[in-house]
Design a binder for this molecule. Structure first.
Ligand code: NI
Length: 393
């Protein structure tokens, strides 16, 4: 079943028109009010429903096959939010909102999921079981929509989940997927070092919080360089340092901030614990104290091997025999990690590289663009994977 059979021309045209409308009218995380309204109308125009509001500004709709007997159920997730970036693509359907842009392709994700839902609805008489399409808000910023989807129980009655993300560095006609960690968990930390101020000419009378915090920055690097295995994905970046202010006063307070990225629950727990130990030990070695706060963001997306096979076979059938490439995951985070933490799940990347573009722009770049010719391929892969899943293949 090739992609043209699943996503006929008229549906492809509506999908691309929907994507362009969303692109021109982007909304930030948890503010997707018009997006929600427009997607609801577009879903209902395809004859899909009932459509429910979920996770605040998101939507869910189920497509159930007419063949009785199966209670298999699958979730397909598309994120729908945009970013605080001022668009510079010059496209005719560029953002009409200064400072807000669909620079991560979520407009395309939403449109592809809608097309896949419409494709399945047309084939209700060919399958048994249910696919829940989740149009998820707030992938980009807290409070994260993925966490809320789990809290609202939207994954309690499904067996597995599929997520899709566009990849501007992969050619149209290809998907990238592999088992194991495919994005990294993202946690943030703040460290406050408290010393004692003194005149800069008599530092021995104080406790220099700035010098102690500087040592912490160096020690923290060793958690990755010396304590983490070479095949274990992990990043620790100190991204902020604030201390002192005068030429002649020893700083009594220093603040560090940064992020920890990890590819497994074990390394996530270990790096957090070790950062706290290092900060407190370095501080106490010099008579200072350190307070460490870690705020957990999204977990890593861990691709389940059987689900990877499912999506790979679907792409080979729907796109082309050579469409699947085994590339490493992304260090960036995605709150689809909340889904993969709960269920067997797969997150795959869809190639959307502009065929004639002289330069390729990354996700979150003001000139980020996609090749819309990839969209029917992505939608067909989702639909095909769902049909295969429900058929137990
Ligand atoms: Ni994204």
């Amino acid at each position: 079943m090739a992609w043209q059979d699943l996503i006929p021309d008229d549906l492809a045209h509506r999908m691309i028109a929907l994507r362009r409308h969303l692109h021109a009218n982007p909304e930030l995380s948890n503010e997707e009010v018009e997006t929600q309204r427009h997607l609801r109308r577009a879903l209902e125009a395809e004859g899909l429903g009932p459509v429910r509001d979920v996770a605040g500004t998101g939507l869910a709709v189920e497509i159930t096959g007419d063949i009785p007997g199966s209670n298999r159920a699958l979730a397909i997730r598309a994120d729908i939010d945009a970013l605080p970036i001022h668009e510079e693509t010059g496209l005719p359907f560029a953002s009409q909102k200064p400072g807000v842009m669909h620079a991560c392709g979520h407009d395309a994700h939403a449109a592809m999921a809608l097309a896949a839902a419409a494709a399945l609805a047309k084939r209700r008489n060919e399958f048994s079981g249910t696919v829940r399409f989740i149009f998820q808000p707030a992938e980009e910023a807290e409070p994260l929509g993925g966490r809320r989807v789990v809290e609202e129980g939207l994954l309690d009655d499904v067996e597995a989940a599929i997520g899709i993300h566009v990849d501007p560095y992969l050619e149209t006609g290809r998907i990238a997927v592999a088992a194991g960690p495919f994005t990294l968990a993202s946690d943030i930390f703040d460290i406050v070092v408290t010393g004692r101020s003194a005149h800069a000419a008599t530092p021995q009378q104080g406790i220099d919080a700035l010098a102690i915090a500087a040592a912490m920055v160096g020690e923290a690097q060793k958690l990755i360089a010396r304590e983490t295995g070479p095949f274990e994905p992990a990043v620790l970046s100190v991204t902020g340092f604030k201390a002192g202010g005068a030429y002649n006063i020893i700083a009594d307070r220093a603040e560090l901030k940064g992020t920890i990225r990890s590819g497994s629950r074990e390394s996530r727990v270990r790096l957090r614990r070790r950062l706290e130990e290092i900060a407190k030990a370095v501080a106490s070695a010099h008579g200072a104290s350190a307070g460490v706060t870690v705020v957990e963001g999204e977990p890593a997306v861990i691709n389940e091997p059987e689900m990877v096979k499912l999506v790979s076979e679907a792409a080979r059938n729907a796109i082309a025999a050579d469409s699947v490439v085994d590339l490493p995951g992304w260090a960036a985070a995605d709150d689809f990690g909340f889904y993969s933490q709960k269920l067997p799940a797969v997150y795959f990347r869809l190639g959307v590289m502009q065929p004639e573009a002289t330069e390729t722009y990354a996700l979150h770049h003001p000139k980020f663009r996609i090749d819309e010719a990839a969209m029917p391929l992505g939608a067909a892969t989702l639909a095909r994977a769902a049909l295969d899943f429900l058929a137990g293949r």
